[in-house]
Design a protein around this ligand. Structure first.
Ligand SMILES: *Cc1c(COP(=O)(O)O)cnc(C)c1O
Length: 400
């Protein structure tokens, strides 16, 4: 007998669950890429990508993942030897900065560790020290998927303005778009990077970059603007093939159109954010109950600084690893590994896990994950505080 039989649930923070509707929209014959439906549909998808990011800026789609989006953004902004200020609050912020270092961008770091959000005052102070205005951009990860911290992007913008500094604000929203509230124009973001396989509910394969007129102006002198990454023809080129520097990712575009219709036209982006907020709250309530008198702890202490897309937690003594394995083998649910929380030693790595509540997720899925985790804790003899499932159910009940 195996209780894992049935529909499996990949509850990791990307790739996320792809709705059957999106899969079905992709399940069709290859289209003509020179004229017809795909061209029309892509124009609408680009408009919808602006809507979903609350942006009036330009949007370029790349065949690639989030790392490709990072590289695309960097190639259009930086020249070799340029300087950037990297605001780090977890492994993804660190990796982004390292990718830029490989592109000969000189990185100044503001590292806030793996358990707290960025302090805008420190960003303002760092920019204030840059009297010659040589820092070209400030890099911030909105939601760092490894630590599950959420940074206050509007406050970082205000800090840049308070310092009177002309640096571009570049934001990694790969984990947050379509999960946590994000407003590109209102928050003064110049370059925004996302990918298809998280809140947009598609398979991996698209890296997406939004850029403001100010960023476009800055890109004119960027010496990394190589043919594939150059965002100019992708947005302003005369032909559909310019927009993708070759063959378009046709089936991803069919899927994207469907997922954006679900998000924007059917559920509504504010409702999407609210759903993520409630489901995150249910997960937090469960963890807070489990943590009573046990070695279980949510990574980010302050609720206001926690992502609504993913929750990272510590279950000491290697229990996170044991619980992940139990949930996958015995309950058909795959939880996320602890990423970059303790890479140095294998036992500590097994002390962290992440629960995704990202994208196409509803109350029964999240409550199911929590109930399976509780069953696993009982089965494995992992000490945990009482009342977690009641607390999570109450969050769902009160949201209605
Ligand atoms: C997933 C993720 C990335 C990397 O995206 P890939 O598609 O794996 O390259 C970068 N930043 C954040 C915040 C992410 O969540």
């Amino acid at each position: 007998m195996a209780l894992s039989q049935g529909r499996p649930y990949l509850a990791i923070p990307g790739p996320s669950v792809v709705p059957d509707r999106v899969l079905n929209a992709m399940h069709r014959a290859a289209p003509n890429i020179y004229e017809g439906e795909i061209i029309e549909l892509t124009a609408r998808a680009l408009d919808d990508l602006r809507r979903v990011a609350f942006s009036t800026s330009h949007v370029a789609i790349y065949v690639g993942n989030g790392h490709a989006g990072w590289e695309a953004a960097a190639a259009n902004v930086f020249s070799r030897g340029d300087r950037a200020l990297a605001v780090m609050t977890g492994q993804f912020g660190i990796n982004w900065a390292n990718a830029l270092r490989r592109m000969a961008v000189e990185i100044e770091t503001l590292d806030f560790g793996r358990r707290s959000p960025a302090d805008p005052a420190k960003v303002a102070a760092a920019l204030g020290r840059d009297k010659g205005h040589t820092i070209r951009a400030v890099l911030v990860t909105h939601v760092d998927t490894a630590s599950s911290v959420r940074n206050d992007i509007a406050a970082i913008r205000a800090a840049i303005d308070a310092a009177g500094h002309p640096a571009l604000l570049m934001v990694d929203g790969i984990a947050s778009l379509g999960c946590d509230e994000f407003r590109m124009d209102d928050w003064g973001v110049d370059v925004f990077v996302a990918a298809s396989q998280k809140g947009l509910m598609l398979p991996p394969g698209l890296g997406i970059v939004w850029f403001s007129d100010k960023a476009r102006e800055a890109s004119r002198r960027a010496d990394w603007r190589t043919p594939y990454w150059d965002w100019e023809p992708r947005v302003f080129g005369p032909n559909f093939s310019n927009h993708f520097c070759g063959t378009a990712p046709t089936h991803h575009l069919f899927g994207l159109r469907e997922s954006l219709a679900m998000i924007l036209d059917e559920e509504g982006i504010e409702n999407v954010w609210a759903r993520h907020r409630v489901l995150a709250g249910a997960v937090w309530a469960a963890f807070e109950a489990w943590s009573g008198g046990s070695d279980i702890e949510i990574n980010i202490a302050g609720r206001a600084h926690r992502a609504h897309a993913v929750t990272a937690a510590r279950l000491g003594g290697g229990n996170a690893g044991r619980l992940r394995q139990w949930c996958e083998q015995e309950a058909g649910i795959t939880l996320g590994v602890g990423l970059g929380m303790a890479l140095s030693s294998e036992p500590a790595y097994q002390d962290f896990l992440r629960v995704a509540h990202m994208g196409h997720v509803n109350a029964h899925m999240t409550l199911g994950v929590l109930a399976a985790m509780q069953a696993g804790m009982v089965a494995l003899g992992i000490a945990h505080g009482p009342g977690a499932l009641e607390a999570a159910a109450a969050v769902v009940a009160l949201a209605g």
